[in-house]
Design a protein around this ligand. Sequence first.
Ligand code: MRU
Length: 369
Amino acid sequence: MNENMMEYETVELDDEDGSIVIIDQTLLPGRTERIRLKTAQEIWDAIYLLKVRGAPAIGITAAFGIYLLAKGIETEDYGAFHKEFTRQKDYLDSSRPTAVNLSWALERMNQICLKNQDKRVAEIKEALKEEALAIKTEDTWVCRMIGEYGLSLVKPGDGILTHCNAGQLATSKYGTATAPVYLGQERGYHFRVFADETRPLLQGARLTAYELSSAGVDVTLICDNMSAMVMKNGWVNAVFVGCDRVAANGDTANKIGTSLVAVAAKRYNIPFYVCAPTSTIDRNIETGSRIHIEERPAEEVTEMWYKERMAPEGIKVYNPAFDVTDHDLITAVVTEYGIARPPFEASFQEIFKRKEEKGLEKRKEYGLG
Ligand code: MRU
């Protein structure tokens, strides 16, 4: 463990080169390799293949991506520009369906075109760049705030369990579910973290265990089927997980296996916290039953991480990438504007009101006028 992942940028824009620079997460923990994405196809593939993954990081990549693609549109006519912009935006949006941050970031970029349609195309391109950079900068602030609120829910020495990777590698910095851990680390809280390995793509083993241990956090890797055992042993004081889309009633889509962890936490009376940037809360959908759950190829289950195939040829495989945790299993949703508690509809309303009031202030803070 020789590199501290906290020192790496998960997603960067190299405007001069016309590329997005990401750490190829499919190679971790064996190799830390940066790759450059330039074309729409490269960006789409990197998101689909999970070279860059985690809801906020996908959103940031999409924002940088659509800016670079827009920059390449050669016309002075707004109508023609926006037609091509929309085509590219819809293409990027089709790369993964569950994380709302993807369409949220792309729509935010679209709004910049619409708001500035009286301006020259060159000026619109400049405004798109500023917005994409703001999405990334804001994410760092959002994660830090989630960390502060999350930290208020635990105490020094606590055992924390997490599932999948909602860490720095899934965001611009700190992560969401790991933000309380990193902030606690800065303040000498000495948490003991349990990282579920997270079948089938092993984001917990390959990414969370790696980034936390490389930052000096006390982390223990467990298989997914061990979380009830460590809870029963009394080793877990709180569960923190990330999310890909939260419905208005609090139902939460996150990496497959999350809802099982929530069920076990309820059984053992352990608070279950969802760490959610407000950009991941989709108030357009009332309940989790309306969340589109991505299904992925069978080989991820049968052979991808094994030396040889571990299931009979031709076996039927069901491989949903996410599940929905029912809102009544969730103790609280930790956002950058505070902690929402059941009933979530009302609590989210309060949170979004606070966001509206503070939003303007925040844009000024980032020098965005
Ligand atoms: O399929 P992945 O690896 O993109 O799934 C990631 C998760 O489920 C994360 O928990 C979620 O995106 C939150 S990341 C802050």
